[in-house]
Each structure stands twice: as structure tokens, then as C-alpha cells.
Ligand binder design. Sequence first.
Ligand code: G4P
Length: 194
Amino acid sequence: MKLLKEKMVKEGKVLSETILKVDSFLNHQIDPLLMKEVGDEFANRYADQIITKILTIESSGIAPATFLGLTIGAPVVFARKRKSLTLTDHLYSSKVHSFTKNETNEISVSKNFLSADDNIIIIDDFLANGEAVKGLLDIAQQAGAQVVGVGIVIEKGFQEGGKLLREKGLRIESLARIKSLAGGKIEFFEDGEY
Ligand code: G4P
């Protein structure tokens, strides 16, 4: 997605060979015009599917997921990472380990909001090792729901997550795929290039 890639180049900060900071439009401040395009692009790519629910994880997945929800008119459910005071039982839950942050979170979703009747798309901001997506897949499976695919804003194509999940037969649509962050520069995969 051209606008997204331009924004990443202009405003992204390469912190290391593996980490890109994009807090001016995705991870802290949010650019709603860009997120609207992101939502529309996910909707276009999955126009062949019936989607009844969008599943994401707090916090940075919520914005892209919500703009997709606005475009296709489907509700958004976000997995919580912290125990909520009111969300106490009747939960689907899974463990997600973050290699980037070196922490494990138990994520959870109320059983009220996912069911075996749902056709789910999973949305997240970054795909690195695929742990967050695996946790959300686990939750969808516990609900007995169908997963039509995954939509990712920025995939770090030099990490294993995308490859592992695609090898399982999962459809993954990434709007920008980073080939390398070497030398402080963002290099992208072209569409269709692996
Ligand atoms: P994985 O789910 O694909 O295995 O990813 P990983 O554990 O490596 O990532 C954990 C957290 O770090 C996620 O955010 C993810 O979005 C974020 N992350 C991973 N790589 C990058 C990167 O290069 N740049 C930025 N900015 N973030 C990265 P999170 O813990 O869920 O945080 P948030 O959603 O509350 O912001």
C-alpha cells in the first residue's frame, strides 16, 4: 500500500536491525486518514469473503481493526491483555509470548462476543514472530469460529511469523512487508515477492 509505505519511510524510525518505530501514526499517535485507507484496503483484499467479526488484540490492533469494521459494517472484538474487573469468567484465553518485549501475556475474550457462527478476520498492527496471531487463532478455535484470514498493517518479512503461518495454509494479507532494516534503511518486498 503506497501511502503506508511512504509514511513509514518519512516518519518511521529504524531503532535497530529488527525494530521500526512508527508511533507517529500507528502505535501512539494515530493517523485516521491513513487508518481509513488501511481499513478500506483490508476490505478490498477480503471482498470475496463473508466476515461477521473482526478479532484483534489491544492496543495497537484496535485502530486498523475498527476502520475495517467501519468499512464492512462488522463488529470488532479486541482480546484483552490484562485481567478486567468486569471480565472475570466465561472467557476464551490463550498465552502470547512476545519475543520483542520478552514477556508473556494471557489474552482473553468474553465468550459473549465470539461463537461458532462467526466468520472471523484477524487484524494486527505488526507481524513479527506470529505469536499474537497464534494466540488469536487459538481463541477463534476455542469459539469454534471459522477464520477467513489475517490482515496485517506491517509485516517484518525477515522474521518467521509470516512464513510459519502461511505454511499452515493461513491466508495473510500484509499492507507493507519489510525485507530489511539494515543500515537504518527500510527495504520492502514487492507485492508477491517472498
Ligand atoms: P509477534 O506477535 O508477531 O510474535 O510479535 P512480537 O511478540 O515480536 O511483538 C510484540 C509486540 O511488539 C507487539 O505489540 C508488536 O506489535 C510489537 N512489535 C513487534 N515488532 C515491532 C516493531 O518493529 N516495531 C514496533 N513499533 N512494534 C513492534 P504489543 O505488545 O501488542 O503492543 P501494543 O499493541 O500495545 O502497541
